[in-house]
Design a binder for this molecule. Sequence first.
Ligand SMILES: [Zn+2]
Ligand SMILES: [Zn+2]
Length: 192
Amino acid sequence: METFDQLLEKSTKIHGHICAGQVIGVRMSMIGLREIGIDDPKVQRKDFYVLVEIDRCATDAIQTVTGCSLGKRSLKWLDYGIMAATFVNLKTGKAVRITALEESRETSKKYCPEIGDKYKQQLEAYRIMPENELFKVQPVKVAVPEEDMPGRPKRRVQCERCGDWVQDCREIMQDGKPLCKPCALGRYYEII
Ligand SMILES: [Zn+2]
Ligand SMILES: [Zn+2]
């Protein structure tokens, strides 16, 4: 496992800028991996997966540190708008949900007061603050659906209404007919 500084440098490069989210995301990932017993995410890349609850800066850092991605199906994005992520060891079932504490914005003020710039001070503070002032770590149990795992799709069915093909058991049965989610629940786009 690389050091915090190496990982932060890497995530900053991939994300495009250094920000509090990179520091938080790198620290969160290192704690998450440690807690579920993953020593080297590269070697053990198939042994765990991560669920993120927000699509903001820190999510990029989580992706960099863990190597998990949407395309590999090792990263799940739940659109909750909560600065939290859950790390799951698929072999042992061990899982932790880590939430970035809102209070840390306040708590961070007592660190590095010599740095005048508020943004830089916060960034430095987040690097050195003790874990329990930055995060809440909850041991959790996660039911991992078989159809969420990498590998061949378990099923491919055609939507009875629009004709789109639906993979991975995401169809919804209505009156005995398979429908895609947009047809069954409403779509985010309008065809013009
Ligand atoms: Zn950022
Ligand atoms: Zn459809």
